[in-house]
Design a protein around this ligand. Sequence first.
Ligand code: ADE
Length: 262
Amino acid sequence: MAGSDDVVAEKGGERASDVIKTVMVVIAMQAEALPLVETLQLVEDEQATIFPKGAPWKKYSGDLDALNVHVVIPGKDKSLGVDSVGTVPASLLTYAAGVALQPDLIINAGTAGGFQAKGANIGDVYIATEFANHDRRIPIPVFDKYGVGTMEAIPAGKLIKDLKLKEGKLSTGNSLDMTLQDEEHIKANDATVKDMEGAALAYVADLLAIPLISLKAVTDIVDGNKPTVEEFLENMSMAASALSRTVPLVLKYVSGKSVADL
Ligand code: ADE
């Protein structure tokens, strides 16, 4: 009804509401997702008919007060058995689950490398203010900009302030390590945190016209002295715990609010 508080538009005969009632949380690694699934007491949808038959993708669902919550993960690579990290599985999963579940908000939760020169510390949880890619180098006019694919995040100043989260720009690439060329592009992107999915999800969320919040827990300091792999593995479970504490706080915060209130 026109004039009603939570009804903002009519689409295809259906009333669209801007009040956040359904949230889809996309997490690349199972070990990052399971503590959250446990905390929220979500239940695995064993059939998961919304996914293609045979896909390793998983969906866990439940309610947090009045909020409908789905956690989706790309699962284990079918031949190698490791988590399907990176932009391709995350994009496909987000697209398929986003179309099927029609969430009011997508949250991408995961780990990231942080730059101490930009103030990042191990265990910090960042909200991304901007997304860009650092490994899509196309040195042809305009394609160069397309490659970087900078996208602004939705404003979430109140959420960041009220939950005392850190904020910073996120740069995405399909590698855990960082080549000199990556470093150059990450610096050009002015990034504080570096991950392997964020900018891809920003692209998919924009395509589906669903708002996205990206929450990244820092496992390793990219411009520090420790080797990335060692530091990442050492801090993985601590980061998963940080996410399983922070994501429910964010879910409670957004529940019943509109995106414009964040
Ligand atoms: N996830 C955690 N640490 C990372 C890093 N250094 N680069 C990309 N993704 C990460």
